[in-house]
Design a protein around this ligand. Sequence first.
Ligand code: NCD
Length: 313
Amino acid sequence: MRHLMSPLDFTTTELDRLFDLANDMESNMEKYAHSCEGKKLATCFYEPSTRTRLSFEAAMLNLGGKVLGFSDAGSSSASKGESVSDTIRVISCYADICAMRHPKEGAPMVAASRSRIPVINAGDGGHQHPTQTLTDLLTIRSLKGRLSHLTIGLCGDLKFGRTVHSLIHALSRYEDIHFIFISPEELRVPDYITEMLKTKHIPYEQVIRLEDSIGELDLLYMTRVQRERFFNEEDYVRLKDFYILDKTKLSLAREDMLILHPLPRVNEISVEVDEDPRAVYFKQAGYGVYVRMALIYTLLGLSDVLSKAEKEN
Ligand code: NCD
């Protein structure tokens, strides 16, 4: 049985096969429409979500399966003090696979260690968000045609943004990747990430102004300032509108640069940018369904995506 806690849990070969499967699902929805009949997905969300939870549910419904779950901790027995370990043991009796989001870093990992069914980390605190990363990679691979030879700008809250942390780890396994981290000083990527990049000899720069580097980028990954992870509201208010991508700034970018955003967007991308062909964040949200379909199908043992040796681990 395999779980998904980090994007690094799958080898790059496995990811390639997963993305091929997701592309096939996108073009042949009918072929997979009954493949998970009789199976149930539990979505256990202890933190707010729109896209991730609903795209998991849509994915399972597209595969002919059923869904159950809760969307806030207050309506689950966590409010009575139940531990994640106990909850997952119970869920293991009710469902075949579980997607879990939790404000505490590592909580889905604890659940996986006690679970009898595959557990997918749907976001744990400011740590990781592997299925958003699968979505991002599928978007880049489908629209750019490659995951290597890329200059990627990540802009916004690089300190608390878990999607950023997962994406950097995932992209660091591909050839000729160059990162440009664009953030205010206070919201820089954590040291453990820059240490990892140094160890792997992956080039990165840290800059403050978006205008200075936007012209060099193949991809611009915008993020919102993560209000819920700030210790005080004053800092949030000071930093929340630090970056606003508008038409003027975008005029400095290359014609083929893609703009991604995990969403939700607050103010960091002006709505006037939405009509630009380089703005692919809504398309990206659509890829999230196909990749989650491929993931559920795979973790339920229905595909050949996972290599035998790893499956046996
Ligand atoms: C992200 C998250 O939850 O980390 N949202 C998502 O799942 N698409 C990004 C965010 O909340 O800023």
